[in-house]
Design a binder for this molecule. Structure first.
Ligand code: ZN
Length: 250
């Protein structure tokens, strides 16, 4: 793929980075990423990946825009309340760039439809708000060997990880969380969330997705970053594969 004149100018600040350059930018333009959840985390993920020149985004979300979303879901405006999030997200991307094609899927991803929704993607970003969805996405990514960028938030905290559980020595999502359905108990509606916390985690997830696609720097798979914004502390934890993991062991 060769970049056109407009693309050379649009992506000039990427191209000047030796870690990305013209070749990395061409890889981004040829990439297909699935974003699960067009909410607080999904908003910056979608904005930054589209602006970065990712050529194709499949956006999966079955929800509509609610007034209480607007405190953190910066992709949407007051006039769009009641619209399907995937449609409003596609419109936002179309305003931003002609280089990113959006596939809008207004459905809830589960174990049944995940393989077809994720077919052919180069990376998946999970910013969904429930544990059942996260498990279904993680299992489908592991089975299809798709790198998974996982970001989660609550109150003033966040977690970020990248999973490639099929590789030797790398954990999968279930190595981290097991399969405890009780984890689904709390969500943002009940516990609250500082709006900008979703922006921090979504932006970091976008960085990690670009890293997966180009790639550059230090590989993050096998680490969990715990972000405590109450005290502004970032902590890295090494994640080992669980030898008894039901998904990836053996
Ligand atoms: Zn595992």
């Amino acid at each position: 793929m060769t970049l056109g004149d407009e693309q050379l100018e649009r992506y000039a600040r990427h191209i000047v980075l030796s870690e990305i350059g013209g070749a990395g930018q061409a890889r981004l333009l040829a990439s297909h990423v699935a974003v699960i959840g067009a909410g607080g985390i999904g908003s910056p993920v979608i904005q930054y990946l589209a602006a970065s020149g990712v050529g194709r985004l499949t956006i999966v979300d079955d929800d509509r825009i609610d007034l209480s979303n607007l405190q953190r879901q910066t992709l949407f405006g007051s006039a769009q309340i009641g619209e399907r999030k995937v449609d409003a997200a596609a419109a936002a991307v179309a305003r931003l760039t002609p280089d990113c094609q959006v596939v809008a899927r207004a459905e809830r991803i589960d174990a049944t439809n995940a393989p077809s929704l994720l077919d052919g993607v180069d990376a998946v970003v999970d910013g969904s708000d429930n544990f059942a969805t996260r498990l279904a996405v993680a299992d489908a990514c592991l089975a299809a060997r798709i790198p998974l960028v996982s970001a989660a938030v609550g109150r003033f905290d966040g977690q970020l990880a990248v999973f490639r559980g099929w590789e030797a020595g790398k954990p999968c999502y279930r190595c981290l969380v097991g399969d405890d359905p009780g984890r689904d108990a709390l969500n943002c509606a009940e516990t609250g969330i500082l709006g900008a916390v979703t922006g921090v985690l979504g932006s970091l997830a976008a960085v990690e997705t670009v890293r997966v696609l180009v790639p550059f720097g230090e590989d993050m798979a096998g680490r969990l970053v715990l972000i405590d914004l109450m005290s502004m502390r970032f902590r890295n934890i090494l994640l080992a594969p669980d030898p008894g993991c039901p998904a990836c062991a053996g």
